[in-house]
Design a protein around this ligand. Structure first.
Ligand SMILES: *Cc1c(COP(=O)(O)O)cnc(C)c1O
Length: 358
């Protein structure tokens, strides 16, 4: 059979077979302990059927063995734990990844997402992010993997912004995918979760061991919520990308808007590479307004766009990243297009940006 489509795989991934009288989506298993004698399920911190169900769904999409974690940072922490010497990180990616690495007993080299990268000689692990958060720069995963593998380094890609149906780093040559599923994967702004998917079973076993001994396990209920959310990822991403495309077109040339970026737009500097390595685009785009005041006015006047950090959820949100210390202009906004009707959202954003009080 040819490979099933994204929507079908999101809806059916990780679900049990049709046993009469059992639920379509199995309920969360909250157990601490299980009756002894089962090969996997003994004590809840080590393994749990609710984890396995979501791991099976995400692993099938990513194309490797998945291990779920309590948050994206718990997942990143397990990946950084695979390195003992030197780690290469993006200079423009998620800031807490750099904060965490600086506190670990490893040496860190910061490299730009787009390259050119320095030699990876002596580096154990390269962890890049594409498209990067918040810059939306795109890294050529295949080129990165060959440069890093030539130096004997493992390659991990933070795939949070793209999601498992937007990009498959393992197929492009990476060894590890790491993601915050608190964003688009779970998608409803009501759960923190993360995962690591590995090409090799040995690396996955190390990551699973880290989870067991460090104890960064997700709650079964949160895991179940994320699995429920994953069911509609394809639908949500389609609407979000459609909304981002329409907003990008509406904001292009707007007098208050500069540095408008969306990797899905043909004129964006990331487009050629993004179109080559991504399977589809998403709803995250960025632009800059002239000042903090202009951002505050925009957010106060909009009825549909909520000021909130995070992204990828049902609701459209915008986040002024300079307030969190990202190296961006004061008026820089990361906008996450939600699942509202396109016409409503475009009209609301244009109204909120208009200089008249109509
Ligand atoms: C949010 C985010 C993280 C951290 O994930 P949490 O679930 O908040 O711990 C890591 N990487 C990227 C790219 C993110 O956007």
């Amino acid at each position: 059979m040819t490979e099933l489509g994204d929507g079908t795989r999101c809806v059916h991934g990780g679900l049990p077979g049709p046993t009469p009288g059992t639920p379509l989506l199995a309920s969360p298993v909250l157990a601490t302990g299980f009756h002894a004698g089962h090969p996997s399920y003994g004590y809840g911190r080590a393994d749990n059927p609710t984890y396995r169900a979501l791991e099976s769904a995400i692993g099938a999409l990513d194309g490797g063995e998945c291990v779920v974690f309590a948050s994206g940072m718990a997942a990143i922490s397990a990946v950084l734990g695979l390195a003992s010497g030197k780690v290469a990180l993006p200079s423009d990616g998620y800031y807490l990844t750099r904060t965490l690495a600086a506190e670990l007993p490893v040496a860190v080299v910061e490299v730009p997402t787009t390259g050119p990268w320095p030699s990876f000689d002596g580096v154990d692990l390269v962890l890049l992010e594409t498209p990067s958060n918040p810059g939306l720069d795109v890294c050529d995963i295949t080129a990165l993997a060959s440069a890093a593998h030539a130096a004997g380094a493992l390659v991990a890609v933070d795939n949070t912004t793209a999601t498992p149906i937007g990009q498959r780093p393992l197929e492009l040559g990476a060894d590890i995918v790491v993601s915050s599923d608190s964003k688009a994967l779970a998608g409803h702004s009501d759960v923190l979760l993360g995962h690591v998917t590995c090409r090799s079973a040995d690396v996955a076993a190390k990551v699973r061991h880290t989870r067991t001994v460090h104890g960064g396990i997700p709650g079964p209920f949160e895991t179940w919520l994320a699995h429920r959310g994953l069911g509609t990822l394809d639908l949500r991403l389609a609407r979000q990308a459609q909304n981002a495309a329409a907003l990008h077109a509406a904001l292009r040339g707007h007098p208050l808007v500069s540095d408008l970026r969306w990797p899905g737009a043909a004129r964006d500097s990331s487009y050629v590479l993004a179109a080559k390595q991504m399977r589809r685009f998403n709803g995250i785009f960025t632009f800059t307004l002239p000042s903090i005041d202009a951002v505050e006015r925009f957010l106060a006047r909009s009825e549909l766009v909520t000021a909130a950090t995070s992204f990828g959820g049902l609701h459209s949100t915008a986040d002024r990243r300079a307030q969190w210390g990202d190296p961006v202009p004061d008026g820089f906004l990361r906008f996450s297009a939600g699942c509202e009707d396109t016409e409503d959202l475009v009209a609301d954003v244009l109204r909120a940006l208009s200089t008249s009080d109509g």
